[in-house]
Structure formats: C-alpha cells, structure tokens
Design a protein around this ligand. Sequence first.
Ligand SMILES: Cc1cc2nc3c(=O)[nH]c(=O)nc-3n(C[C@H](O)[C@H](O)[C@H](O)COP(=O)(O)OP(=O)(O)OC[C@H]3O[C@@H](n4cnc5c(N)ncnc54)[C@H](O)[C@@H]3O)c2cc1C
Length: 320
Amino acid sequence: MAEVLIYVDHVDGAVRKPTLELLTLARRLGEPVAVHLGPGAQEAAKVLGEYGATRVLAADAPEFADYLVVPKVAALKAAYDAVSPAAVLVPSSGEGKEIAARLAVRLESGLITDAVDVEPGEDGPVATQSVFAAAYTTRSRITRGTPVITVKPNSAAPEAASAAGTVEELEVSFDDAARGTKVTSRTERESTGRPELTEAAIVVSGGRGVNGAENFPVIEALADSLGAAVGASRAAVDAGWYPHSNQVGQTGKSVSPQLYIAAGISGAIQHRAGMQTSKTIVAVNKDSEAPIFDLVDYGVVGDLFNVLPQLTEEVKTRKG
Ligand SMILES: Cc1cc2nc3c(=O)[nH]c(=O)nc-3n(C[C@H](O)[C@H](O)[C@H](O)COP(=O)(O)OP(=O)(O)OC[C@H]3O[C@@H](n4cnc5c(N)ncnc54)[C@H](O)[C@@H]3O)c2cc1C
C-alpha cells in the first residue's frame, strides 16, 4: 500500500488536533507515515500510532528552533526522499503553508492549500476547497509530481485506528540556505487558557453589538462554559475592545469550527469570509433583518445581554 507523509504539528511532543485530523484523512489515501521534528518524538509516537501512523520519522536539531521554516523544509524533503510517498499532507497553519509551498517547489510538484476535505481519486487525491468567501466549492487534483496538500483545522473528526507508530531516526543535514533567518528572541504570550482560535472546535465571537471592552466578559463566559475560543468582528477589534489576534474574517483569521456562535455581529461579507465554512452557525442579534440570519443554522432574535447569560447558565447546568 502506498505511504502518505504527514507533517506533525506539536508542542514538545504534545500533538495538536489538526495532525490527528490529517492522519484520519490520510488513511483514506494510504498508510500514514508521520514526520516529527524537534523534541518529544517518543511521547508523540504513542498518539500518532493510536491514530494510524505506521512509522514516525523523527529528527531533532537546534536548527528547527533557531531558524525559521527552512530547516523544517529540509527535514520534510529528507523524509520524502526516504519514503517516496504518494502524497504529503501538512496542517494549514501559516507556517504549515509556507513549509508545504517550499517543499512543493523543491519537488517541482503541484500544491493545494486550505483544503477542507481530501479523498482518493483514480489519478491521485482530490482536494476540496471552499473559495471566494465560501461562495464556491472547488475540487482539484494535482497533475504534476507528488501531491502536496495543506488541510484546514476541523476538516475531519479525528478517528483512532491503532498502528505501530514505530519511531525511526531521520537523517537531516542543513545547508547555508537553511540558516538564512535566525530567531533573535522569543516572548511568550500570556495564556488565556482557551483553545487556539483557528483550531477550536467551538468559537464564540462578539461584534459591535457587544458595545465595549467591558462587556466582552459576556462572550468569554459563554466561550468558557463551552470550552471555546473567543473571536471578534473587525468593528469590535478596531474599537479596541478585543485584541487584533482574535479578529475573524477576510483580514483576520479564518476559522472552520464545528460550532460558531456570532453575537452582535451583522454578518458583513468580510466577516463571513472567515467563518462561513463552520459546520453549525448560530447568531444572536436584536435585528431580525441582520444579514447574518441568511447564513445561520439557528438564529435568536434578541438582546445578547439577555440571551448569552441564559445560554451560559443552561450549558453549565447541563454539564452538571
Ligand atoms: C477590506 C475590508 C476588510 C474587512 N475585514 C473584516 C474582517 O476580517 N472581519 C470583520 O469582521 N469585518 C471586516 N471588515 C468590516 C466589515 O465590513 C464590517 O464593517 C464588520 O464586520 C462589522 O462588524 P459588526 O458586525 O460587529 O458590526 P455591525 O455591522 O455594526 O453590526 C453590529 C450588529 O450588532 C447587532 N446588535 C447591536 N446591539 C445588540 C445587542 N445588544 N444584542 C444583539 N445584537 C445587537 C446589530 O443589530 C448589528 O446587526 C472589513 C471591511 C473591509 C472594507
């Protein structure tokens, strides 16, 4: 059976959920072989094996942390040379897309980014993308070289499927180009304890209707009851009520959670562009004519300051 390379996104061996989703999708195409770069390969291999990785090619070197992106491309290329896979799947993060693009150039292969599904096809994998603010769905196939595909978080539900997950050392050497951009300092962001916006299974977002930074705890309380990430419209962010890093939309982050709750957000096209592929969309808006209601699965016409606290309480009660 053909092998499929999976680039592992992890923090010191703690594998992030998008990688488990990739393993689940990869099993449709062949036998997943995971590429783990940096520390924690043994720990990661247990999880990667549980989700179907037959082998885990592991390399650790200071270059992965000290220089941006290119050393990781060199390692993924070394894994490619060792395996000759039928396809390479990479999580669609900013870094993932850069790694995938650089690898595709090295392989002289075609590249598809931000896929929301990948299926086997007669002439190779077929990837689905949601484009033009999700107004169109396209299906594409790579016609040149080995397909390199990045897949958006939350595109598949991770399904366990036990495999060996045998760790094998990957030999990697770095040329001068790999050391082209050095990291000069690192400052850790204060943790909110909430999931990463682009990876979260549930996102609760607030807009201009929240009417001030002092009211955002209403959004945060609902998010915390659901274990969700907090998003915001550009209007809320531009008003200084919430950090820019939480903006959802065309000029913010693109999210595709299982559940997206928009509170006090009108549903402008630029906001929709960043959340329209969410599986279930719920809106709370006091204007029954708000365009967001054209998009939703469930809509509540009401004042968010009345609806959200009740919803939060109900979630807490049901969770016991
Ligand atoms: C080039 C460009 C890029 C852009 N990029 C983005 C982007 O990335 N993300 C983004 O979000 N926007 C973006 N915008 C801005 C976008 O066009 C809208 O202006 C913005 O999304 C509006 O934010 P909003 O829905 O929070 O505010 P509004 O459109 O003002 O809507 C507020 C809503 O809250 C409702 N409301 C008010 N009070 C309450 C209450 N108490 N309870 C319930 N509902 C209430 C109102 O009925 C209204 O529907 C971009 C615009 C441009 C031109």
